[in-house]
Structures are given as structure tokens and as C-alpha cells.
Design a protein around this ligand. Structure first.
Ligand code: NDP
Length: 329
């Protein structure tokens, strides 16, 4: 039987990137579509995965042999902090929605005898107090940062469930841990987005309205950013070539960290902004660095050529400018 790959969260930033790569890489190549293979990119309109019956129906409809599970209730730093500060019940929403989604997706995969499931964790599920660099063995070594405890605990349970399904039923379930992702189809909302899409939108408006471009914080913190099209290739590699329950960090190397100032400089250049540009140092910076090691990934893959940061950013800005009316803003 040919493979049917179901991508949950197929309409989000990462799902759209996988769709792009699978449709543009040469058929039969390492990251391209294999002959006879079918890919299904499901949105929440196809079924609300918090609901077990709707999840089961999705599996019955497509009969996936493989699943890349991306669907999640996600929020940017400020969204999570705002929820924590103003309404603790929303931490519960992050916890419950993600627990329900993950449990339904994994259990339906077990019931429908899917051959493999790769679920998506995140480096922000790691303990708040941890020795850096992060690596795959440190996920459960202490409580996560209080600003996202709901999301983090729900995601950590996926790793626990993967082990339990493997031990009890021999399921081939595993997980990937991406660092900060950016690319086309991101959420460019000015308040509730991650740093890159938020700054791209802000800079675009500053140029359009002839107003200053002000970046929150000192610009000094360092982060590892992965371009969504690169991440998509790594997911496809995991799907085809990785068969172990233990998670793999999908990231550029520790030496590829960039500062928020470097990010903002690159955005200013890509947008073509020539007005006033400054940093609001009264705003919170967040942690200075939280490097993650990609040694396991590179050792297993035997090397991977990441898209240079500026090229990826340029492509993302071009996409945003060309799709302003349809982008999530
Ligand atoms: P997006 O917010 O861009 O997309 C979320 C996707 O999940 C959408 O396709 C959405 O469907 C779907 N979804 C949400 N709720 C439900 C639901 N109840 N039922 C069915 N589908 C649902 O997320 P990303 O692409 O950014 O993230 C993908 C994965 O990567 C997530 O698991 C996230 O935790 C993880 N991740 C993301 C990082 C990042 O920087 N973006 C970093 C590290 C990990 P619809 O479009 O219909 O709403």
C-alpha cells in the first residue's frame, strides 16, 4: 500500500513549509514526494482535534500510514505572559487544549495502526533552570518557565506518551524539538506573534506611515532561528530515516545564534526602511540566551546545509510584502 502522510496543523507556519518543500523538491529525492505517496495537510476546519470523535473521523477519512503532528494552541511570548498575568484560566486552556489534541492524535494513530507519528515539541518546554546548551536529555529536568507552564507541560506529556505507547504497544511514535521558527505563512500579528514576524510587520508599518521603528528591549539577547523551509526538510528526514522514540532537536548550531539587533538590522535592510530606528530599553528583554545543541541531528543526518539567515529573512519579508492582504496580521 502506498503511504498516506497526514500533517495535522497543515495550514500553519510549519505545515505550509512542509507542503512547499514536498511540492517543490524533485520527486523521489531525499526531501521530495515519493512515487505513489499522498500528503494531506489538515486544518482545524477538517476536524477539531480537541474532540476525539472528530479526530477519529479524520483518521477514518484519510487512513494515514504516517502522521506529522503539528497542530497545537500556540502563542508568542507576550500572549503567554499576558494570559498568565491577567487570566490564569488561559494557562489552563493552553494545558487542556494541547493535552486533548495530543491525546486524540496519538490514540487515533494507535487505533488506526499508523506506522509512524512524529509530534512537535518546542525548546520552550525545557526547564526554566537548566544547564545550557539544551539537549534531548534535559526536557524533564525541572519545571518550565512559569509564563508558559500550561503549554510546556502539555507538550512534555507527548514525550511521556510516546514512550508509553512504544512500551505497551510497540508504536513507532517520536517527537521533534524545533527552536524559534520563522518563514512565509507565519502569524504577523503585532501583539501576539513571535519576534521576527512581529518586527517585520512593525517595520513595514513604520515605513508605510513614515514613523519611527522602535524595537522592544536592548536588542542584545541571542536566539537560534530556523527557517521554516529548512525545518520542513528536517521533518521529512525524520519521517523517512529516523526510527527511535527519543526526541531530536531540530535547529541551527549554537554558533549560529543571532542577536535581536542583528534580526532588526536585517529586517530594516530587507524592508528598505530608512527612517528613525531605535531600541526601547525600558521593555523586558527575556532571557539573554538559551542555546540548544543540534549535535544529535547533525550526527544522525551526516550534515545539513541551512539557508543563511539573511537570505531566509529576505525571502520571508518578500512573502509578507507580497501577501499582506492574506497574511495573518
Ligand atoms: P501555527 O499557529 O502557525 O499553526 C497551528 C496549526 O494548528 C494550524 O494549522 C491550526 O489550524 C492547527 N490547529 C490549532 N488548533 C487546532 C485544533 N483544535 N484542531 C485542529 N487543528 C488545530 O503553528 P506553527 O506552525 O508555528 O507550529 C507548529 C508546531 O510547531 C506546533 O506544535 C508548535 O508548538 C511547534 N513549534 C513552533 C515554533 C514556532 O516558532 N512557531 C517553535 C517550536 C515549536 P487552523 O489554521 O485551521 O487554525
Amino acid at each position: 500500500m502506498p503511504n498516506v502522510v497526514l500533517v495535522t496543523g497543515g495550514t500553519g507556519l510549519v505545515g505550509k513549509a512542509i507542503e512547499h518543500v514536498i511540492n517543490t523538491e524533485p520527486e523521489g529525492s531525499r526531501f521530495g514526494k515519493l512515487p505513489g505517496e499522498t500528503w494531506v495537510f489538515a486544518s482545524s476546519a477538517e476536524g477539531d482535534l480537541r474532540d476525539s470523535e472528530q479526530t477519529r473521523k479524520l483518521y477514518e477519512k484519510y487512513k494515514p500510514t504516517h502522521v506529522i503532528h503539528l497542530a497545537a494552541l500556540v502563542g508568542g511570548l507576550f500572549k503567554n505572559m499576558k494570559y498568565k498575568a491577567h487570566d490564569n484560566e488561559l494557562q489552563l486552556t493552553f494545558l487542556r487544549d494541547n493535552i486533548l489534541i495530543n491525546d486524540n492524535v496519538l490514540h487515533s494513530a494507535y487505533e488506526h495502526k499508523a506506522q509512524k507519528v512524529i509530534s512537535c515539541l518546542s525548546t520552550c518546554v525545557f526547564p526554566d533552570k537548566v544547564e545550557y546548551p539544551l539537549d534531548e536529555n534535559k526536557i524533564h529536568n525541572g519545571p518550565p518557565h512559569e509564563s508558559n507552564f500550561g503549554y510546556a507541560h502539555a507538550k512534555r506529556m507527548v514525550d511521556v506518551q510516546n514512550h508509553a505507547y512504544k512500551e505497551e504497544f510497540g508504536c513507532n511514535f517520536t517527537s521533534a524539538i524545533p527552536t524559534n521558527v520563522f518563514g512565509p505563512y507565519d502569524n504577523f500579528d503585532l501583539e501576539d506573534s513571535h519576534v521576527i514576524p512581529g518586527l517585520i510587520h512593525k517595520c513595514y508599518l513604520a515605513k508605510k506611515n513614515n514613523t519611527p521603528f522602535v524595537v522592544s528591549g536592548t536588542g542584545k539577547p541571542l536566539r537560534q532561528f530556523i527557517f521554516s523551509y529548512d525545518l520542513a526538510k528536517l521533518f521529512i528526514w525524520m519521517l523517512r530515516e529516523y526510527d527511535d522514540v527519543e526526541p531530536v532537536i531540530l535547529s541551527v548550531g549554537e554558533e549560529e545564534e543571532v542577536s535581536i539587533k542583528e534580526v532588526a538590522d536585517a529586517i530594516v535592510k530587507a524592508v528598505g526602511f530608512q527612517g528613525d530606528y531605535s531600541f526601547d530599553t525600558t521593555r523586558a528583554d527575556g532571557q539573554f540566551r538559551k542555546p540548544a545543541s543540534n549535535k544529535k541531528l547533525l550526527k544522525l543526518m551526516g550534515g545539513f546545509e541551512f539557508t543563511p539567515f539573511e537570505d531566509a529573512l529576505d525571502l520571508t519579508v518578500k512573502w509578507f510584502l507580497g501577501n499582506y492582504n492574506n497574511a495573518r496580521t
